[in-house]
Design a protein around this ligand. Structure first.
Ligand code: NAD
Length: 277
């Protein structure tokens, strides 16, 4: 029986990047159900509008905000727009990501660069720009003490099980997901004096449009019919099922809550037991 939805994010302002579909949509819906106002920061405007409307139709609060996070200029504009609208930012979920699987020898700069532009560079400058705003929201007397009595912000970065071990047919993507773990630790240490918590999640297999593409590329490479590669991958999961977006959203909501105030610089595997470390 699913855990009852609380109101633990009541009054908080949350930005969820890439929340127009897949896991990001699940996270946005969950945070809104728990009382947050959610900014749907998404490349695909139509999807952003649809998710924001769904949240509002369910009695929640949301703002669709079309953005390409590979542009630092657009990130800076988004943050100032969100602060102009809502006065503050309490939560950042760095979910937007791109994947173009290819065997190691077939990787070209044209495949490599866009993945790094979004998954690593875009993620980092979203974190940096939002964190500067979160620090600006910390009262001066707290800054002077350099020891904040409570949390002044939550940042959750999306890595992956592919950030835990290498991928011969997905090296560019895997490299970005390892980088996310490093960025998470660096930011957690830098922002600890302000008690801004920075953590990462490492999802396993979640059937989303991103996975449909992976199944197609990897399946074709092995001469498998559509869906077979993903089925074989699910068979290898100790809990014997793929994750749902809600499974990942539950872990993200926890890391954004006061229950996780004493957790920072960590990476939580949400993968049915694929990676046990
Ligand atoms: N699906 C999985 O099994 C899985 C596993 C591990 C990690 N992840 C990670 O979880 C996150 C979400 O994955 P998903 O499966 O929901 O992917 P998805 O492809 O279904 O959705 C990604 C969303 O991000 C948006 N996006 C992409 N580039 C963007 C940009 N430059 N600016 C703004 N928005 C952009 C897309 O428009 C899309 O709505 C990604 O970081 C992914 O790497 C997914």
């Amino acid at each position: 029986m699913p855990t009852p939805i609380t109101s633990r994010h009541q009054g908080k302002i949350a930005i969820v990047t890439g929340s127009g579909q897949g896991i990001g949509r699940g996270v946005a819906v969950r945070l809104a159900q728990e009382g947050a106002t959610v900014v749907i920061a998404e490349y695909n405007q139509q999807n952003a509008d649809a998710v924001a409307n769904d949240i509002k139709a369910a009695g929640g609060s949301a703002l669709a905000y079309p953005i390409d996070i590979s542009s630092v200029q657009q990130i800076e504009t988004m943050v100032s727009e969100v602060v102009r609208h809502f006065g503050r930012i309490d939560i950042l979920v760095n979910n937007a990501g791109l994947n173009k699987p290819a065997p190691l020898f077939d990787l070209t700069p044209d495949l490599w660069d866009p993945i790094h532009q979004v998954n690593e560079r875009g993620l980092f400058f979203c974190l940096q720009t939002v964190a500067k705003q979160m620090v600006a929201q910390v009262p001066d007397e707290v800054k002077q003490q350099r020891r904040a009595p409570r949390s002044y912000g939550k940042i959750v970065n999306f890595s992956s099980v592919a950030g835990r071990s290498g991928r011969p047919y997905d090296a560019a993507y895997s490299a970005t997901k390892w980088a996310v773990l490093s960025i998470t630790q660096s930011a957690a240490a830098y922002l600890a004096p302000y008690n801004i918590n920075v953590n990462a999640v490492c999802p396993g297999l979640v059937p989303t449009p991103m996975w449909d593409n992976i199944d197609k590329v990897q399946g074709t490479r092995q001469g498998l019919p559509p869906g077979d590669w993903i089925r074989q991958s699910i068979d290898r999961i100790p809990l014997k099922r793929a994750a749902t977006a809600e499974d990942i959203a539950a872990a993200v909501s926890f890391l954004c809550s006061e229950d996780a105030d004493y957790i920072t610089g960590q990476a939580l595997n949400v993968d049915g037991g694929i990676e046990m470390n």
